[in-house]
Design a protein around this ligand. Structure first.
Ligand SMILES: C[S@@+](CC[C@H](N)C(=O)[O-])C[C@H]1O[C@@H](n2cnc3c(N)ncnc32)[C@H](O)[C@@H]1O
Length: 262
């Protein structure tokens, strides 16, 4: 089995290549959009959850923040200190441009989440994880141990993610089950179409990891989190599986979860 360090090196190169495509295709438009006072990336689910959590003045970290557009939304919604962590230096550079355009104070840190060390321990009220993060992380148990350390006592994690059941299907297979839900081998891909611009092929290889729901919930519970909210939805947040939501019998397509550090 390939080790975590090898996967991380490959995935960093993959995400930097994705960043160069997004730089050409989306960043100028995003710069315009984030500079609008009412800019937000939140959909109705996130809107409701953040209202319930009450972001006001909270110190928030976004794990795997990409170009920080979502963290900018968190800041604009009233959070206090905001820090974004991501392994891609190219996406962090884009985040710096977006943050300037938005005129908000947020900190962006380029780091492998597994290599953060102890300097951010005990600093956050809320950790935000959204759309397409957990699948890049090979070792969820270590990941949740790190999140536990980052949080203050009583701090919370908010996850809004693609549902692991999506792994069963593939874009060209309609509703037919193609993959084994319990298969935990790393999923290797190369020469894939970019998820934002399917006309562009990303040449760098990448490794992705399917985590069944029981693994996600079990690892949270094992790392001293209480699950205070969980819900499942029939809409597609992945940009890859809209065909499933058009079927008569729909699988769950995404979920939201809030967990509190004991
Ligand atoms: C699909 S994006 C999800 C983030 C955001 N919700 C979005 O839609 O842009 C995944 C991000 O995870 C980052 N990432 C992958 N592995 C990582 C790691 N080990 N440590 C930190 N960031 C990582 C990638 O660089 C990428 O920006």
């Amino acid at each position: 089995m390939i080790n975590r360090a090898e996967c991380t090196i490959a995935n960093k190169a993959y995400w930097n290549e994705v960043a160069s495509v997004h730089q050409e295709n989306y960043v100028n438009d995003l710069i315009q959009r984030v500079s609008q006072p009412n800019f937000t990336t939140f959909d109705a689910v996130e809107q409701r959850l953040f209202e319930k959590i009450n972001l006001s003045g909270m110190s928030v970290a976004q794990i795997c923040c990409n170009n920080a557009r979502e963290l900018i939304s968190v800041k604009k919604a009233g959070a206090g200190r905001c820090v974004g962590f991501d392994i891609s230096d190219e996406f962090i550079k884009q985040g710096e441009k977006l943050k300037q355009a938005a005129g908000v104070e947020i900190e962006l840190v380029c780091s492998d989440i597994y290599n953060l060390g102890d300097i951010y321990n005990n600093q956050f009220d809320l950790l935000y994880i959204t759309i397409g993060v957990l699948g890049w992380l090979q070792d969820l148990a270590t990941f949740f141990a790190i999140l536990n350390r980052l949080l203050k006592p009583g701090g919370q994690i908010l996850v809004y993610e693609m549902h692991p059941v999506l792994w069963l299907f593939e874009e060209d297979s309609g509703g037919t089950i193609r993959n084994d839900y319990f298969d935990n081998k790393p999923y290797f891909e190369e020469h894939v179409n970019d998820y934002m611009n399917p006309n562009v092929v990303i040449k760098s290889p990448s490794y992705w990891f399917h985590h069944p729901l029981a693994e996600i919930l079990g690892d949270l519970i094992a790392h001293d989190f209480i699950i205070t909210h969980f819900d499942e939805y029939a809409h597609d947040i992945s940009n890859r599986a809209a065909f499933l939501s058009e079927q008569e019998n729909r699988p769950p397509m995404c979920y939201s979860l809030v967990a509190k550090k004991i």
